[in-house]
Design a binder for this molecule. Structure first.
Ligand SMILES: Cc1cc2nc3c(=O)[nH]c(=O)nc-3n(C[C@H](O)[C@H](O)[C@H](O)COP(=O)(O)OP(=O)(O)OC[C@H]3O[C@@H](n4cnc5c(N)ncnc54)[C@H](O)[C@@H]3O)c2cc1C
Length: 441
């Protein structure tokens, strides 16, 4: 049996690759085991928030990612007919962060950049086509069994970073549940060549409508855009495809016919709000979608996963290279779970709820709140600063800004109450409370 005095990363998605990169740069010996033959070509995540751009910079990746990414200075809320509700302008954070923008790029391209960087590290070995089938641990070692084209192999290691995605085998094998809900809606992610900017669209747009809700985001610099919308969960994938031209006529500005756009990719899928009860079981530590899964409204899944990878790798480096206490791993586990339960999941839930709200009175209140946020730059700044909570206890903001941020919710409440949008905030609060009850936080 092969022995590694280092870390095995299970799952070569973006979170696993980033964890391997940070560990590898610190001289830790790493093996990445990935079930597939290479980086998944599916461009799932697209949008990365300012704290994530900052983290990608600390990983040493931002310059290479920016060569291909779309720089996104603002995002828009729209009605179903495409008309503008509000634009949120990241430049309001110009004095708070060096990264006052979103980055837009398919996660497959992000992963390819990480793999290029990993290739320069002789102490990191990426093994494609290696699926982990079983996992066992005692006080000193974790033993893994993998299957692949060469047959079955056994490997033992000191530590495991479990980054094998939402359907994590590792999470199941170490006996952790994945508590939460699956949304009743079915989402359809399409990648389509259609120039939304000709119709005045921002590079990222949330379309609010009880039926024709959608997220419209520019995917890269080649003219490809992501349109993600909702479909009846009871119909077949063939029916989803058949109905697409009719849906696009309503969803796309200019009501185009199929000869006016080109669909590059279509992927119907279900979404969840789920979280493991613990992110550490002995020598196995969970990160990314293996630890938590969210609906994609607001681009928070991988945005948070990148910060998981950074925190986990730094904790492991301290334990392995400096003999620090394993309490650092528990701190990682508690901190990142808290970020998911208290920020990521309730924020994504509120975004999704607002987008598809069907009660006209509630929609009117939500619209008023968004219009207010779009015109008052103080409120806008407070709302956009909230994304810094992705950093958890490791906030990178200046102390002055952090102090202001910790007072932000009260000030936002006062602002919003003044403009009579009390119930919109109440719905956000109740979404947060429901999430807390759901995950027994
Ligand atoms: C349509 C869509 C849009 C999204 N948009 C956004 C967005 O805009 N912004 C954002 O931040 N997030 C977004 N997300 C979420 C984002 O895609 C995920 O958060 C991200 O993929 C998580 O990365 P990961 O590395 O944790 O897991 P994954 O990307 O799922 O990678 C897990 C890897 O583990 C491998 N694996 C699984 N089992 C095993 C095994 N037993 N042995 C070895 N390998 C294994 C898999 O093959 C896979 O490569 C979106 C998701 C979807 C579906």
């Amino acid at each position: 049996m092969e022995t590694l005095d280092g870390v095995v990363v299970i799952g070569g998605g973006p979170v696993g690759l980033l964890t391997a990169l940070k560990l590898g740069k610190a001289g830790v010996r790493v093996i990445v085991l990935e079930a597939e033959a290479g980086v998944s070509p599916s461009p799932r995540a697209v949008a990365y928030m300012p704290p994530t751009a900052a983290a990608l910079d600390r990983f040493g990746l931002l310059d290479d990612i920016r060569k291909r990414a779309v720089w996104c200075p603002d995002f828009a809320y729209r009605h179903g007919d495409g008309s503008l509700i509000a634009t949120m302008d990241w430049s309001v954070l110009a004095h708070d962060t060096d990264y006052p923008y979103m980055l837009l790029l398919g996660q497959n391209h992000v992963s390819n950049v990480i793999v290029q960087h990993l290739r320069t590290l002789p102490n990191v070995d990426i093994r494609w086509n290696h699926r982990v089938e079983s996992i066992d641990q005692d006080a000193s070692w974790v033993t893994l069994q993998t299957s692949g084209p060469g047959g079955t192999t056994r490997l033992r290691t000191r530590w495991v970073a479990a980054t094998d995605g939402a359907r994590s085998t590792v999470r199941e094998k170490v006996g952790l549940t994945f508590d939460g809900i699956t949304w009743s809606e079915r989402l359809v992610a399409t990648n389509v060549f259609y120039d939304f900017s000709l119709h005045g669209y921002s590079r990222a747009n949330f379309v609010h409508d009880p039926v024709d809700w959608a997220v419209v985001v520019q995917l890269d610099q080649s003219g490809l855009w992501r349109v993600c919308y909702g479909e009846d969960p009871s119909i077949s994938e063939a029916e989803v495809r058949r109905r697409m031209p009719e849906r696009f006529k309503r969803l796309l500005p200019g009501a185009p016919t199929p000869d006016q756009y080109r669909v590059d990719h279509l992927n119907p899928y279900r979404v969840h709000q789920r979280c493991a009860p613990e992110f550490r079981r002995g020598r196995v530590i969970l990160a990314g979608d293996a630890a938590h899964a969210t609906n994609p409204m607001g681009g928070l899944g991988l945005s948070g996963g990148v910060l998981d990878a950074e925190h986990l790798a730094e904790a492991l480096i301290s334990v392995i290279n400096e003999g620090a206490s394993v309490r650092l791993l528990d701190e990682y586990a508690v901190d990142r779970r808290k970020v998911f339960l208290e920020f990521t999941s309730p924020t994504a839930t509120a975004n999704f709820t607002w987008m598809k709200e069907s009660d006209p009175a509630q929609r009117a209140r939500d619209t008023a709140m968004l219009e207010h946020a779009g015109t008052d730059r103080t409120v806008m700044r407070q709302i956009l600063l909230d994304f810094e909570k992705l950093n958890g206890s490791r906030s990178t903001l200046s102390p002055t800004t952090s102090n202001r941020l910790s007072g932000a919710p009260k000030r936002i409440v006062r602002e919003v109450v003044r403009t009579a949008t009390r119930s919109a905030l109440a719905s956000l609060r109740s979404a947060k409370a429901a999430q807390k009850r759901l995950f027994h936080a």
